[in-house]
Design a protein around this ligand. Structure first.
Ligand code: NAD
Ligand code: G6P
Ligand code: MN
Length: 441
């Protein structure tokens, strides 16, 4: 069986240990010969890198393992790059969330002005990663989680149209886990139909392999409880603020009871409520820094101090499951069905060909083959056109260095009430993002 070489870009990410643990649990079906971590922050990566060195020594000493800040070393002789960089780290996420809130606008990592600001930071470094991969390992695939995935995917489509980059999101996978728990199944027993953009979509069917449709049953449950489930179904999306988000799916379903909504629609359908319930001094970035980040780094420290991983555990979630399944699908041509962000080209029949959409695909060694989702209703089509245009205009604003276009993009976002507010938020974001964004004229 062929063995693979992987680099994880954003080695210091809170998700790195989970992905490595998942890889170690699946060496029989996805063998690894080499594993590297790459980050541009030596100090942050060091802790995770050292802890994982101990884990790997104990569990799979045959795997050649290193961590580095040198792109050439990182990207040479690899089959896959798993990317999850956060340009500007939590410090900038905090500003993405707090600046819009100061103006009464949704402050969110990937939606609205915060997502736009993050997009403007992410494009350059993501393209740089792709170029290194193509230079040092031209046959490799990049499986990219780095957010905001919608804007990053559009930037890849425009700037590196032939690159072997697949942009993915774990939200549909995480929510499918909840759905399967609601109906007493496992996610692998189910096939879904889904259409939308990243963090902006709907399920139109959830069937088992015999063809039985569960959507009506799930809908009855979601109508009462949202996606809140009785037992812990995952290790991620579990904090109290996430529970609120799962519950809110109930009010998203009410807007169109035909389809099961992606939880992220709450920022577009109920922005006023989101702002009212946000604490402008303590946002999700603060929760993550006080929660997941502390937990992952204290586990890493513990392993290093003890010199063994025995008795210490890094959590594995649906996030790690998905990326490892995807790598295996490409490596062994499994033709597994997975939701991916791809260029539409008719998959949604009445939507623009050149839009980056999120739909189920069959994944094999040539990458994803999108499955036709037919025509979508006018309500969703109009919402999606507005949102995808925001995403396209951000990428154009980045390339042209255009203040005007970025102002238009913010004005067009359903989360922003007026051009006046858009301008105020934008001017503050420009100030906060100096050194990260291109100069805008
Ligand atoms: P994190 O801050 O813990 O980790 C990100 C790492 O990226 C840091 O160690 C940072 O130093 C590094 N980094 C930043 N810029 C870099 C660059 N140019 N080159 C190399 N490394 C760089 O963040 P996290 O919370 O673990 O999330 C990581 C990323 O994964 C984020 O972009 C997050 O939004 C994304 N994510 C996406 C999904 C999805 O559904 N697509 C799900 C979960 C997380
Ligand atoms: C989901 C989304 C990701 C997003 C993450 C934020 O998994 O699909 O795109 O980055 O949530 O979670 P956090 O716990 O960092 O707020
Ligand atoms: Mn996502």
């Amino acid at each position: 069986m062929k063995k693979f070489s992987i680099v994880i870009a954003g080695g210091g990410s809170t998700y790195t240990p989970g992905i490595v643990m998942m890889l170690l649990d699946h060496l029989e079906t996805f063998p690894i010969r080499k594993l590297k971590l790459y980050d541009n922050d030596e100090k942050r990566q060091h802790m995770i890198g050292e802890a994982l060195k101990i884990v790997l020594n104990e569990r799979a000493p045959e795997i050649e393992y290193t961590y580095t800040t040198d792109p050439e070393e990182a990207f040479t002789d690899i089959d896959f790059c798993f990317a999850h960089i956060r340009v500007g780290k939590y410090e900038m996420r905090e500003l993405d969330e707090k600046i819009p809130l100061k103006h009464g606008v949704v402050g969110q990592e990937t939606c609205g002005p915060g997502g736009i600001a993050y997009g403007m930071r992410s494009i350059g470094p993501m393209i740089e990663l792709i170029d290194w991969m193509e230079k040092y390992s031209p046959d490799a695939w990049m499986l990219n989680y780095s957010n905001p995935a919608a804007i990053v995917a559009e930037a890849c489509r425009i700037l590196r149209p032939n690159a072997k980059v697949l942009n993915i999101c774990d939200m549909p996978v995480g929510t499918l886990r909840r759905m399967s728990q609601i109906i007493g199944k496992t996610p692998k027993e189910l096939d879904v139909r889904y259409f939308g953009l990243n963090h902006f979509g709907w399920w139109t069917s959830v069937k088992d392999k015999e063809g039985n449709e569960y959507l009506p049953q799930i809908r009855e449950y979601v109508k009462e409880n949202g996606y809140l489930t009785q037992i812990e179904v995952d290790t991620q999306h579990m904090d109290p603020s996430w529970q609120e988000t799962h519950k809110k799916a109930k009010d998203l379903l009410a807007v169109d009871p035909r389809f099961l909504p992606n939880t992220y629609l709450k920022y577009y359908f109920y922005p006023d409520e989101v702002v009212e319930s946000s604490n402008p001094k303590y946002t999700r970035a603060n929760e993550v820094m006080d929660g997941r980040e502390k937990k992952v780094f204290s586990t890493a420290r513990e392993i290093i101090e003890k010199g063994t991983a025995a008795g210490s555990e890094f959590a594995i979630g649906s996030h790690a499951t998905f990326i490892v399944d995807l790598a295996r699908a490409i490596a062994f041509n499994t033709h597994e069905r997975m939701i991916m962000i791809v260029e539409n080209n008719g998959a949604i029949a009445n939507f623009d060909d050149d839009a980056m959409v999120e739909v189920p695909c069959i994944v094999g060694s040539d990458g994803p083959e999108p499955l036709s989702q037919g025509k979508i209703p006018e309500f969703q089509r109009a919402l999606m056109l507005q949102q995808v245009t925001v995403e396209k205009m951000v990428v154009q604003a980045y390339i042209e260095g255009s203040y005007q276009k970025l102002w238009q993009a913010l004005t067009l976002s359903k989360t922003v009430p007026s051009a006046k507010v858009a301008k105020k938020v934008l001017d503050d974001l420009i100030e906060a993002n100096r050194g990260y964004w291109p100069e805008l004229k």
